[in-house]
Design a protein. Structure first.
Lengths: 254, 329, 289
């Protein structure tokens, strides 16, 4: 299977700072790929360059074999790359279900007059969307909160709602920036489990940045290790754990 | 699926309970003429007008979250269009009503341009207030058409040949119009369009990233608001029989605003409540100079301090039925 | 003729500059635009009128008293109305300030009734004649007082630590609180100060105009237009904007159409927002998505 996302020798240099140097890898649907590395290793820059907030100084990025390097963020987003940010951007006054439904907005095929008049076609379109949204929420064990206002949920629950909303848009690729940070231990495990399910059941290609090594070791299919802007390792958790360079750079002992 | 779930949060109420509760209101209302004298009937008619005024205004202030005070402009345009179409062009009321709705919608389109250009908050407030004042200047000075400060009278109403001369007659027409418009608005608010509008209020940037056109929905909200309040204006014209420019000035702005705030911003039920509860008051206060402004200003301040989400928020706490904030059916 | 017009424009402009300045001071300090401000300016005028005409006090003590009272009002508003809702969305402040404006206007109208009050001349200063130009006593006093106030404000904001305090609080309220600045008291004082400044404007206007309750709205819109023209948030801009507005009104009224005087402010706002939204010296005003 062709990889969904491919980075070829991508470098990002700012004035005097080499944020990324010659990074190459691929991401596939159904696979959870974690990017780890010490602070300043270039992980956020990597996400920025993939999602278009920063152009690469060298190298190419392909999405479904089409180049996306240099495109503006909303164009890249329109092509199916969804990135979640730490401050979410959920719609606080609306319920959980409604938030997920906004993700389904573009998939609901009903127009103004149909909706206003309450035609059968419009009502069916809405009902289907609602059912789909509830299914997604149930899949993530959030079904019971469907009709609660989002702002009454805990931080971790809100994060999950945001992920469900993003999943509703049916993206082929999701970039998750530290999804587990600040969550309680049971929530963190739940988050990882949800991420795995997204990949396994929905076939989404997932790239995630995470500092919690234990989660990553347990949950990721492939781990990429960055250090000072360079990729120093890529492989399964077991391989990475044994890798000498990684141990030196990151874990502090050989 | 009724009753509490294990987590303790009440489950949503079944649709059948909804329908019975809220279609009941207009049915009950239909019996009002049996008990009401002329004055109370007049008040009931006023309430219907102001229900629509508040519903329309709340769309922009509460659901879209913009402080756009073009409401009196829509109201006046609707009223004057109706009066002009009936007096000068000789159209029957129901045609004039449709024209008023269209005129209101166009005014809404015009008002949306400022919001589209990214103008917000204080600027939007001032410019929309200016719009209303500009329209009032037009009503005063285009006196060949509007009769200026003398007021423009409406010819007697009739519905397809049947003359409507009593308040009771007007009541049933108004009731029908109100039910239809509120139901249509409810349909819109519960749909993806309503969600998109509220999403823009809550987080404009994220909305755009979900592929939702913010421009499209901002215009839609303003235009629909204009249509609803334009219709309310047409009803108002029929109610008072003679349309004056002063009815649509800065004092009217604060009355509309108070109704939205008291009822509850963003809540359709709240709009109905606000429109009904505050209607009788302006009449009373108009006798004393400054009282309307003072009273309604204080009401809004109290709401902001003590009950920011209006009466609808109290109802939402009391009953699951009202928890779905902006639904009427 | 042009020069005389310009002089009137300058005098009016000085008043507008003062109103715009007080609005800007408040905006800089609290990010709130006070919709009631025009009515507070009128409040200063009304206060002085009551004290002088009805209680018989001499002008200068009345002026001082009125100013102090308005300062007090500012503190009360800040403590009682603004502080309690600061946890809510910013739109709430706008709603509060609009309602405040109405409350003030309604009160003024209720107290005023339907009459218009003229105030007799306060200062008997001989006008100065320079060629064809007549410089009246009012012009001298108004421009003199306003210039002094501007200089004082400039000094306070740019030279003293208060200016730095304003900057600090504007950039990060929390940070300011963390290092021990009493942000709440700062807001109270700034409200009082802004209202006092506005009141002085009203006091200056009182002897030369026929006062009535709807003047307040006019003051607000002119202050707002001056701020827009000069650039929202810019103190110097507010002053420049006010003066230009005053001149524009006089010129358009004389050379184009006297009806334009009232709507000059609205036109200025629309033109500036369309052509150059940030005004002459200002910061960002438009939300871009």
């Amino acid at each position: 299977m062709d990889p969904l996302l491919e980075l070829k020798n991508v470098s990002v240099h700012f004035a005097g700072l080499k944020a990324l140097t010659d990074v190459s890898f691929a991401a596939r649907g159904g696979e959870v790929k974690a990017v780890i590395g010490p602070n300043g290793a270039g992980k956020t820059t990597l996400f920025n360059v993939i999602s278009g907030y920063v152009p690469p100084t060298a190298g190419e990025i392909y999405l479904e074999n089409k180049p996306i390097h240099g495109l503006a963020p909303h164009h890249i987003s329109a092509r199916g790359v969804r990135r979640t940010f730490q401050n979410g951007g959920l719609f606080g006054e609306m319920t959980v279900l409604e938030n997920v439904l906004t993700g389904l907005h573009v998939q609901i095929s009903s127009g103004f007059f149909g909706l206003m008049l309450g035609t059968r076609a419009a009502r069916n379109a809405e009902r289907e969307a609602t059912e789909k949204a509830r299914r997604l929420l149930d899949m993530m064990d959030m079904g019971e909160f469907a009709d609660q206002q989002v702002k009454s949920l805990s931080g971790g629950q809100q994060r999950i709602v945001e992920i469900v909303r993003t999943v509703a848009t049916e993206p082929p690729l999701m970039l998750l920036d530290e999804p587990a940070v600040g969550l309680s231990p049971p929530m963190r495990e739940r988050m990882m489990e949800i991420i795995r399910r997204l990949a396994g059941e929905q076939g989404v290609a997932i790239l995630l940045i995470e500092h919690a090594i234990d989660l990553v070791m347990a949950g990721a299919d492939v781990i990429i290790v960055l250090n000072a802007g360079q990729k120093i390792a890529e492989g399964s958790p077991e391989q990475v754990r044994e890798d000498r360079e990684v141990l030196e750079a990151y874990l502090g002992h050989a | 699926m009724s009753g509490d779930t294990a987590s303790g949060s009440p489950a949503p109420v079944q649709r059948s309970r909804w329908i019975s509760t809220f279609y009941l209101l207009p049915v009950l209302a239909a019996f009002i003429p049996l008990f009401a004298n002329e004055y109370i009937q007049f008040m009931a008619n006023r309430m219907l007008v102001y229900i629509l005024v508040t519903v329309g205004f709340n769309l922009v202030v509460g659901n879209l979250g913009q402080l756009a005070f073009a409401n009196t402009a829509f109201f006046g345009i609707g009223a004057y269009s109706t009066a002009i179409m009936m007096s000068h062009v000789g159209l029957p009321y129901w045609v004039a009503l449709i024209i008023a709705a269209i005129a209101g919608g166009l005014a809404g389109l015009l008002a949306s341009i400022t919001a589209l250009r990214g103008i917000r908050l204080y600027y939007l407030a001032i410019i929309t207030l200016a719009f209303g004042e500009l329209m009032r200047w037009v009503y005063l000075h285009a006196d060949k058409v509007t009769m200026g400060s003398d007021g423009l009278p409406l010819p007697p109403l009739d519905l397809f040949g049947l003359p409507i001369t009593t308040e009771v007659g007007k009541f049933y027409i108004f009731l029908a119009i109100t039910v239809v418009v509120v139901k249509a608005t409810s349909n819109l608010l519960r749909s993806r369009i309503g969600r998109a509008i509220m999403a823009i209020r809550d987080n404009e940037l994220t909305t755009a990233s979900l592929g939702i056109s913010t421009a499209h929905h901002i215009v839609l909200a303003f235009v629909w608001s204009g249509v609803v309040v334009g219709i309310a204006g047409a009803m108002f014209a029929a109610l008072v029989g003679r349309v004056f420019p002063e009815s649509f000035g800065l004092i009217e702005v604060i009355v509309h605003f108070a109704m939205v705030m008291v009822g509850g911003t963003g809540s359709l039920i709240g709009s109905v409540i606000g429109g009904v509860t505050l209607t009788a008051l302006p009449e009373y206060f108009r006798q004393f100079p400054g009282m309307e402004e003072l009273f309604f200003g204080i009401i809004i301040i109290c709401i902001l301090l003590f009950l920011p989400k209006g009466i609808a928020s109290i109802l939402a706490k009391l009953s699951a039925v009202f928890r779905e904030r902006y639904y009427l059916d | 003729m042009l020069l005389q017009l310009s002089l009137s424009g300058l005098t009016q402009g000085a008043l507008y500059a003062l109103i715009a300045l007080s609005l800007t001071v408040l905006f800089r300090a609290t990010t709130i635009v006070n919709f009631g401000h025009g009515d507070f300016v009128l409040g200063g005028a009304f206060g002085v009128y009551v004290l002088v005409m009805l209680l018989g006090l001499p002008f200068v003590p009345s002026a001082i008293l009125a100013t102090v009272v308005m300062f007090g009002f500012g503190i009360v508003i800040s403590r009682g109305l603004i502080d309690p809702i600061k946890a809510g969305p910013h739109i709430g402040f706008a709603m509060m300030s609009i309602s405040l404006g109405y409350v003030f206007r309604g009160t003024t109208r209720a107290l005023w009734g339907r009459e218009v009050f003229p105030m007799p001349r306060v200062f008997d200063i001989e006008p100065i004649f320079v060629g064809h130009l007549v410089i009246t006593g009012d012009t001298m006093i108004i421009t003199g007082v306003v210039t002094m106030l501007l200089a004082a404000c400039a000094f306070v904001f740019y030279q003293t630590s208060i200016g730095k305090l304003t900057q600090a609080i504007y950039q990060s309220e929390r940070g300011a609180m963390l290092i021990g600045i009493n942000v709440r008291r700062f807001h109270d004082v700034m409200w009082g100060f802004a209202l006092a400044l506005g009141a002085i404007g009203g006091i200056l206007i009182a002897p030369i105009s026929l006062l009535h309750p709807d003047l307040g709205a006019g003051f607000l819109i002119r202050g707002f237009a001056a701020m827009t023209l000069g650039g929202f948030g810019s103190l110097g801009g507010a002053v420049v904007g006010g003066v230009i507005l005053g001149l524009a009104e006089q010129y358009s009224g004389a050379y184009l159409n006297s009806a334009l005087i009232d709507i000059t402010s609205y036109l200025v706002i629309i033109i500036v927002l369309v052509v150059r939204p940030n005004g002459l010296f200002g910061k960002q005003v438009i939300v871009r998505v």
